[in-house]
Write a protein that binds this ligand. Structure first.
Ligand code: ZN
Length: 146
């Protein structure tokens, strides 16, 4: 299978069957973001226990890219600690800015392929916000308590 096609299938799968959708139990941090260019909305819920992300989920509506990105984010970072989470988030945001790909040895090969599936938006500057919105919301959620 061509890589581009694999990436598309991953995005469609996450958009159609989003992981961790809804409010997670006992969330104590949350943040919203929206992307007026495309009409996407996302609300990130976080159950943060000191440095550990015990729960991570989202509610949202919008295009396939925005939903897939939020789903992939929760799937990759749930159960991880904040150092790891900030590292991955920064790498993801840089990836879209610098047109690179993620290559982190702290992630499994599957996880790397899944995150890199969103790298296709690099060619469409209007869509980059669709992919980054949930990750910016996550960073705001970490900073503020509800
Ligand atoms: Zn969008």
């Amino acid at each position: 299978m061509e890589l581009k096609q694999l990436y598309q299938e991953i995005i469609l799968d996450h958009a159609k069957n989003p992981r961790n959708k809804g409010k997670c139990e006992n969330y104590n941090h949350d943040a919203k973001a929206h992307n007026p260019l495309c009409g996407d909305k996302v609300h990130i819920y976080l159950n943060l226990d000191k440095d550990n992300i015990r729960g991570l989920s989202f509610e949202g509506e919008g295009c396939a890219i925005s939903l897939a990105s939020a789903s992939i984010l929760t799937d990759t970072l749930k159960g991880r600690d904040l150092t790891f989470t900030k590292n991955i988030t920064n790498n993801f945001l840089n990836m879209l800015k610098s047109k690179s790909k993620i290559t982190l040895n702290s992630l499994s090969e599957d996880q790397i392929t899944t995150i890199n599936s969103l790298s296709g938006v690099q060619e469409f500057p209007m869509r980059i916000k669709c992919a980054t919105m949930a990750w910016h919301a996550l960073l705001s959620a970490i900073e503020k308590k509800n």
